[in-house]
Ligand binder design. Structure first.
Ligand SMILES: Cc1cc2nc3c(=O)[nH]c(=O)nc-3n(C[C@H](O)[C@H](O)[C@H](O)COP(=O)(O)O)c2cc1C
Length: 318
């Protein structure tokens, strides 16, 4: 029996999606402050885990305040999923998630991510191996897309419906058009009729209104927020407020900038050696739409210290 199942939290679940190159510790912790129900580190390769890659193990570090936290795995070999799932459980994660949705060449090149949807038998084998690896001690979930070539997510759902998994998260865009155009919500709505476990919607949660619409329209049990959180770590709180009360507040100009500095400070505390490598692009997201944003962004992409961030923020505030 599962002792703590994060998927049993009150519905709807509203949480930060896994994002490679984005959801590092500092990013997760700033979003957690605004109420993300779940967190995911950047996804890790089952091969990186098998070979004990330092970079992979580093990406799997988290602080207790981030719980419940779920690790996401990518790759294509069931026996490595078995092994990786065991390790994830032993590290102390609250769940393990399998990536069946990533279209990126680095994942697709050995048949992992979304490409797996082209072989539903292998998808099942991977899930079964992962379930065996966690030995019923932490939940297993999956994340996928609307379609891969001729395989629709409805086929995927039918193939896995009898497995004891906790949640399927569906990004309503195809492999062929991975991030552009409107997300299809009908495939998520249909999934609710096909599987006995939870369904989470992804791809149409960029505003509180869109998130609520997605939940109402699809009947999904949760929604996961990805690009909508860029420069807006408070979006999850706004969505929850909007669902609960029908209204939400926007942060003031100063609150936006103060959150940006807080985020930068967290990054320096967490990664004292190279805090600004990933942070520079993130800082730029906060000032999107500000007057003279491009001028300040040009300065933010060169910062190396928290004092330099504060200096740019001082200029913006004047
Ligand atoms: C930069 C970036 C990295 C992503 N990395 C992952 C990942 O590692 N695992 C995953 O399941 N999805 C990943 N995604 C997909 C998102 O989790 C999400 O499903 C997708 O962006 C659609 O949601 P959105 O329209 O709210 O951005 C990534 C998306 C972006 C933009």
């Amino acid at each position: 029996m599962l002792k703590n199942n994060p998927w049993e939290l009150p519905k709807p679940l509203v949480y930060l999606a896994p994002m490679s190159g984005v959801t590092n510790k500092a990013y997760r912790q700033i979003v957690k402050k605004f109420g993300s129900d779940l967190l995911f580190p950047e996804f890790v390769s089952i091969y990186g885990m098998h070979y004990g890659s330092d970079k992979t193990l580093e990406m799997l570090k988290f602080d207790d305040m981030e719980r419940p936290i779920i690790a996401q795995l990518f790759g294509s070999k069931p026996e490595y999923f078995y092994e990786a799932a065991k390790t994830i459980k032993n590290i102390g994660f609250d769940g393990v998630d399998i990536n069946f949705g990533c279209p990126a060449p680095k994942v697709a090149k050995d048949g992992g991510g979304c490409v797996l949807m082209g072989d539903l038998g292998l998808c099942k084998e991977i899930i079964q191996a992962t379930l065996k690896g966690v030995n019923n001690e932490i939940p297993v979930s999956v994340k996928t897309r609307k379609s891969y070539k001729k395989t629709h997510v409805r086929d995927f759902c039918k193939a896995i419906a009898d497995l004891p998994i906790a949640n399927i998260c569906i990004h309503g865009r195809s492999f062929e058009k991975p991030y552009i155009g409107e997300a299809d919500l009908d495939c998520i709505k249909e999934a609710k009729t096909l599987v006995p476990f939870l369904v989470t919607a992804s791809g149409h949660g960029h505003t509180p209104e869109a998130a609520k619409y997605t939940l109402d329209y699809t009947g999904a049990d949760g929604i996961t927020i990805a690009r909508g959180s860029f420069g807006k770590p408070w979006l999850i709180k706004q969505i929850k407020d909007y669902i609960a009360t029908g209204s939400y507040t926007e942060p003031t100009f100063n609150e936006v900038l103060d959150t940006m500095v807080e985020h930068a400070r967290l990054a320096t505390q967490i990664n004292s050696e190279r805090p600004f490598v990933e942070m520079r692009k993130v800082l730029g997201w906060y000032i999107k739409g500000f007057p003279n944003a491009s001028q300040y962004r040009a300065k933010l992409v060169r910062v190396n210290t928290i004092a330099e961030v504060e200096a740019v923020v001082g200029e913006i505030k004047q």
